[in-house]
Structures are given as structure tokens and as C-alpha cells.
Design a protein around this ligand. Structure first.
Ligand code: ATP
Ligand code: MG
Length: 352
């Protein structure tokens, strides 16, 4: 029997971690964040999300001898602490400040310019807990500004993310930079084209290595960046497997879920072999459709959740050595009208 791993969380990320564990003989158990059982003392405890409810059970887990990455999980879930750490390590990020109780929008505009975002310190995800504030629109700041950061809006060329892992011996491995398209702050499509950002890869790896090493982190971490010219600005860090790494399930011989478990268990972590261009489409706020399965290359992952507007219900990976074939599959994939811009964005890249 291998050393047990418990994941705090039973959402899709927990489920995909367990599924990856089943394949390689790792012993993975999922814990209900509302009332987690206390695992056996030799269990390694990791999280599917850096935000979890505060209750008796989760407080006890943090005292468990197997609780992993305490320093990281005490720091990154707070945008204030995360941004402070980036500044300390002199890693580039969007200019930011902490609005004071007495600050008006104009005060913040004076510091950050005519267009900024207010982001809650904790708990935001999928674009929630964010407010865009433009000088031209005379927006009043909401009551939660004291528990938020303000951040300049960046006129980025595109968004990329780096997913990598650090092992117990301090060695780090990475996938190629992935390009991401968001609709209203929520990821719709990720594209992995290994050569596309080859020139930025060393700088990106150096940034995430510095962070993971500083935090003495073990496991998979994702670094979301804005790309402005040839400059990477860190948008945010996720100390866990990440939506922009889902393509690795079909585009790499070791997917991000397996890599996270290998890192925690101290198992071998060679640089994952990648299969070439891979696309991932998030299925947001829609019911299951068997018609997706008419596309020969569509690999569907369905999360079996109750459908709500905008909710991540599943994803589809498309992988083929020839990007033109992926483009053809993507053209025929049944998707609602709201996906037109996301699909066009990906087709442009796959066919150029
Ligand atoms: P998730 O958990 O899905 O990654 P989130 O709620 O944590 O999202 P962010 O990653 O901070 O939120 O923002 C979501 C998206 O909103 C970004 O990927 C980007 O498209 C846009 N965005 C966020 N901050 C900025 C910024 N400073 N300038 C321009 N766009 C931004
Ligand atoms: Mg994000």
C-alpha cells in the first residue's frame, strides 16, 4: 500500500486527481470541505482549491501532521499577501495598492491610472469578487473596498499560464506555456502550442521556480500572466492543479493531476513528454450534449454537477499532431453562440 493522500475538496479537480491516482496506483481519498473526516496520521493532505470553508474539521486538518504546503496556503489565498510576496521577490506584476477606508475612486485613479480593478482580498474565483472602475464612468467604490486590492487594468496582448511542479528534492518541471482566452473573466479556451512562446519559456520558468523555491512548495502550481510585448506580468498564482492545465490529460504523457500526486509522494518526476498542439474548451453553464461526441477527436470530461449559469460543467480536449485537424474538429464542435469569439480566437491560432 502506498502512502495515502487526502484531497480537501470533492469538486472536479478532486475527482480528476483521484482518477489520475487510480491509474498510477496512488491511494487518493477525497474529503468533504463542509465536514472533513480526519485522515490517518500517515496521510499527506493537499487541497483542490486554496479557498475552503473555515470549520472545526478544516481547522483540525491544518493541525494534522500530514498537512502540506502550510506556508504557501497561509500566503497565496490572500491577494494582499500574494502581491506583497511578488513585490518582495521582485517579480513583475500589475501595479497595485490597498485602498484606504477613506479613499474615493479618484484617489485610487491618482495612484493607478484611469482604469483599475478592485479585487476582493480572499475568496474570488472565475472573475467573481471583481469590479472594473473606469474614471470616465464615475463609479463609486463599494463597501468591500477595505478588504480588497486595487490593480491597474493591463492592456495585454494575450494571456498565458505556466503550469509546473516542484518535487520534494527541490527539482522543478514545467509544461510549455499555454495561451488562454477568457470571456467576462472566465476561461473558455486554452491552447497549448509548444513552439509559440518558446522565447518566453526560460523567463517564465525562472519566475515560477523562484516562487516555489521561496515557499518550499511541493506539488503543482500555476502562474497566470499577462503578456505585454515580450514582458510577462504575473496576474495570479494558484497553488494547485489549474483549469489552464486540463489539456495535459490528452496532450502530455504525465497530466498535471498525476504530476501533483507524484510530487507529493516523492515519486519520479521527469519532464512530461508532450504530444504537440492541444486545445481545451470549457463547457460553461450548459447541460450535457451527446452531440459533442460526434466529433472524432473530442475527449469529453463531464463533472456531473447541477447546471447553473456560467458554472464550469465539463471540458473537452482536442489533440492531434496536425493543428489543422484540431481546427477542423473545433469548427464542428456543437457550442452555443456565446462561444463564437472564443472559437474564432482559437481557429486563428490553429490555422496561422
Ligand atoms: P480564476 O480563478 O478563474 O483564475 P479570478 O476570479 O481569480 O479567476 P483573475 O485571474 O484575477 O480572477 O481575473 C480573471 C480574468 O480577468 C483575467 O484572466 C483577465 O482576463 C481579467 N483581468 C484580471 N485582472 C486584470 C487586470 N489587472 N487587467 C486586465 N484584465 C484583468
Ligand atoms: Mg485567474
Amino acid at each position: 500500500m502506498t502512502q495515502p493522500i487526502a484531497i480537501l475538496g470533492r469538486g472536479q479537480l478532486g475527482w480528476m486527481l483521484r482518477r489520475a491516482g487510480d491509474r498510477i496506483g496512488a491511494n487518493v481519498q477525497l474529503l468533504d470541505p463542509q465536514a472533513p473526516e480526519q485522515p490517518a496520521p500517515d496521510t499527506l493532505i493537499t487541497v483542490e482549491s486554496e479557498h475552503w470553508p473555515d470549520n472545526e474539521g478544516t481547522r483540525a486538518l491544518r493541525q494534522h501532521p500530514g498537512w502540506q504546503n502550510a506556508k504557501t496556503l497561509d500566503t497565496l489565498p490572500s491577494r494582499i499577501l500574494q502581491k506583497t510576496l511578488l513585490d518582495e521577490l521582485q517579480l513583475p506584476t500589475a501595479p497595485w495598492c490597498r485602498p484606504k477606508v477613506s479613499d474615493s475612486a479618484e484617489d485610487v485613479h491618482n495612484t493607478l491610472g484611469p482604469d483599475f480593478l478592485l479585487k476582493t482580498d480572499r475568496g474570488g474565483y472565475d472573475g467573481r469578487g471583481q469590479l472594473r472602475v473606469k474614471a470616465a464612468e464615475n463609479t463609486a467604490l463599494p463597501g468591500w473596498k477595505n478588504e480588497a486590492i486595487a490593480e491597474s487594468a493591463i492592456a495585454f496582448d494575450t494571456e498565458v499560464s505556466l503550469v509546473g511542479a516542484r518535487g520534494r528534492d527541490g527539482q522543478c518541471v514545467f509544461y510549455h506555456l499555454t495561451e488562454n482566452y477568457h470571456r467576462q473573466g472566465v476561461l473558455t479556451v486554452s491552447l497549448n502550442q509548444p513552439e509559440r512562446f518558446a522565447a518566453l519559456q526560460p523567463a517564465a520558468e525562472a519566475m515560477l521556480t523562484k516562487l516555489m523555491t521561496h515557499l518550499d512548495y511541493v506539488g503543482v502550481m500555476a502562474m497566470e500572466c499577462f503578456l505585454v510585448g515580450d514582458q510577462l506580468l504575473i496576474n495570479e498564482l494558484a497553488p494547485r492543479v489549474h483549469n489552464s492545465g486540463h489539456w495535459t490529460q490528452d496532450g502530455a504523457a504525465i497530466c498535471q493531476f498525476e504530476l501533483h500526486l507524484r510530487a507529493l509522494l516523492g515519486w519520479p518526476m521527469p519532464k512530461p513528454h508532450e504530444r504537440g498542439t492541444t486545445a481545451m474548451v470549457n463547457l460553461l453553464g450548459m447541460e450535457h450534449q451527446k452531440e459533442w461526441l460526434t466529433v472524432p477527436g473530442a475527449r469529453l470530461y463531464w463533472y456531473n454537477k447541477v447546471c447553473q449559469p456560467g458554472r464550469k460543467m465539463g471540458h473537452i480536449n482536442l489533440q492531434h499532431p496536425d493543428p489543422k485537424v484540431i481546427a477542423q474538429w473545433l469548427r464542428t464542435l456543437p457550442l452555443p453562440k456565446e462561444y463564437d469569439a472564443s472559437r474564432e480566437w482559437a481557429l486563428e491560432r490553429l490555422t496561422s
